[in-house]
Design a protein around this ligand. Structure first.
Ligand code: NAP
Length: 541
């Protein structure tokens, strides 16, 4: 990457204690890498940012993993309440640096200050949500099947079950959520909640943000009396340091958000280990939006405008961006398309996260241009990172027969599939790959048609929305941010919301274990006051 000049956005207003050092953190100790030098890049200003960072090497991976493995025994033996207080301490440490953190993240990503401010709140909010989950306790899945010594023909032993953490987890920071899915984001929060030490590989797109958050987590580790190896932060290339991390025998699971090629490479590396481990990779989704006839007839215009607002938000750099619209051809769809074209023409070219992501977006749009008809474009980009929004249209048969038309184009690009009838719409629903979301716009007159669509969409998506737009993911207990491949590498879990903790846990059954040795979650007398499944029934006894 060309480095015309560098800007240190951290020096003018930032107290000494928050100055960036350009260092990794291994078990509480700042370590300067000795590999490739990188700079963050301000995509709005087109300038590199100081300080320089250096990639780490195999020795750094070894040190971080050794410390994590060493910390695991002590860390996993902490009580739920101790870990809850630790997660709250991380949230507090992040809030204490929110001003420099927001300034740096805005500079490194080109995302608006309001969006980054919201992301700080989401990050601290999800840490606190997991603290609540820990205190509530049902994540431990406590079950007791009482002994039946007199059962015939064979007695039943005393059987007790609870979940424990898998072990040290490698987390890959995502480029598009520099806080909520990066160093102390959802993957890190859920792994730490589960009792797993975390080694983060930062994303090169926001090293300063990563360092600031890494230092906040490190301060919380010390403040909470957790072992230093509970958390480490490394910089490095995916193919080098990233693969070394995933293949280190002390790492027991991986959390990732990014490209399909990156995610599948990590899955392959993890599966080829002598001891294969789970990789929870959230990768590629085009998030189909089905607009049914009644909704189109009554609200085609309004829906077209609202669709473009969702499409262009954050330069379309959301895994839930609406990259596909499916509807039956007719005047309602014409109105939708006309309104969308008009709204798109007003959409400014906002910066994308990195020059590489902007280039990849432009290539994706070029590929779509060769395979579909252009409906309209947003305003032209004024710099190399600007996102020039694009909207295309095609028919159902062409869509179903084209890999290019079905591929994710990360950014503000979408494709409208004009179907001849409901049967074609069903064929598209049945033919698409796995998705994070599927959205249905339906009026009362559409409910029968929607009932035919819903069971099809259940098989394709992790989240089904009626009304609204898929961008915007609530962090809560019922949320699913997951879905069949290639949306994720493992459709059985979610990366957003409190169920994310389950990915980093495994059940252990204790058979006839002496009462004095039983963990408190499954001990007699229920000292933790948990809801437990006793002989098949939920009880607080
Ligand atoms: P990425 O290229 O997948 O990179 C994410 C992380 O994975 C980086 O740390 C990267 O390291 C590492 N990585 C990539 N390829 C790897 C490989 N073969 N082996 C090991 N590690 C690997 O994603 P990105 O940088 O965020 O954006 C690039 C493209 O990914 C976008 O244009 C978009 O298509 C897609 N993306 C999708 C989503 C989504 O939510 N669906 C989100 C973000 C990005 P390096 O820095 O060394 O490459």
């Amino acid at each position: 990457m060309d480095m015309p000049h560098t800007v240190d956005v951290m020096t003018a207003t930032i107290p000494e204690t928050h100055r960036l050092t350009g260092q990794m953190i291994i078990a509480g100790t700042p370590v300067r890498g000795t590999g490739t030098q990188i700079h963050a890049f301000d995509p709005a200003a087109g300038a590199a940012l100081d300080p320089p960072y250096h990639h780490g090497d195999a020795g750094n991976v070894d040190a971080a993993c050794a410390a994590a493995a060493d910390a695991f025994g002590t860390y996993r033996a902490t009580t739920s309440d101790q870990r809850a207080r630790f997660l709250e301490a991380i949230a507090g440490q992040i809030e204490a640096i929110s001003e420099p953190l927001i300034a740096r993240a805005v500079a490194e990503t080109g995302l608006p200050q309001a969006r980054i401010t919201g992301e700080v709140g989401r990050t601290t909010g999800q840490l606190r949500l997991f603290a609540e989950v820990l205190r509530e306790g049902s994540y431990q899945g406590a079950r007791i099947d009482t002994a039946l010594p007199d059962r015939s023909p064979l007695p039943r032993p005393d059987l007790r079950q609870r979940f424990i953490g898998l072990g040290p987890v490698a987390v890959f920071g995502a480029s598009n959520f520099p806080l909520a899915f990066s160093v102390a984001g959802g993957d890190t929060a859920s792994a730490l909640a589960a009792g797993c030490p975390v080694v983060v590989k930062a994303h090169d797109a926001h090293p300063g943000t990563s360092e600031l958050v890494g230092r906040a987590v490190t301060a919380a580790v010390a403040e909470s009396g957790m072992p230093a190896g509970t958390f480490s932060l490394l910089f490095g290339s995916g193919a080098g340091l990233g693969i070394a991390l995933v293949t280190d025998p002390r790492i027991k699971a991986v959390g990732f958000t990014g490209s399909r090629s990156g995610g599948t490479a990590l899955v392959a590396a993890a599966a080829a280990r002598p001891e294969p481990i789970p990789v929870y990779a959230e990768m590629s989704s085009i998030n189909p939006v089905f607009v049914l006839d009644g909704a189109l007839a009554g609200r085609g215009n309004e829906l077209g405008r609202a669709f473009v607002a969702s499409l262009t938000m954050g330069s379309g750099q959301f895994c839930t961006n609406p990259g596909l619209v499916i509807a039956v051809d007719g005047p309602g769809l014409d109105a939708f398309v006309a309104a969308a074209r008009e709204a798109l023409a007003q959409a400014p070219a906002t910066p994308m996260l990195t020059p590489a992501i902007a280039r990849s977006y432009a290539e994706g749009v070029t590929a779509l241009s060769g395979a579909a008809e252009l409906v309209g474009r947003g305003q032209d980009a004024s710099n190399e990172c600007g996102c020039h929004a694009a909207l295309f249209t095609t028919d159902a048969e062409s869509f179903l027969n084209s890999e290019a038309l079905q591929a994710e184009v990360f950014g503000s690009s979408s494709l409208i599939v004009r179907c001849a009838d409901a049967a074609e719409m069903h064929a598209v629903a049945d033919g698409i790959e796995g998705q994070l979301t599927a959205t249905v716009h339906a009026d009362d007159s559409d409910l029968d048609a929607a009932a035919e669509l819903l069971p099809r969409l259940e098989l394709k998506a992790g989240r089904i929305l009626f009304g609204g737009w898929p961008t915007g993911v609530e962090v809560s207990h019922a949320m699913v941010h997951g879905g069949p491949f290639p949306a994720t590498s493992d459709s059985r879990s979610t990366s957003v919301g409190s169920r994310a903790i389950e990915r980093f846990l495994r059940p252990v059954c204790y058979q006839n274990v002496p009462k004095s040795l039983l963990p408190s979650a499954i001990a007699d007398g229920n000292p933790d006051h948990l809801w437990r499944r006793i002989d098949g029934r939920l009880s607080q006894d």
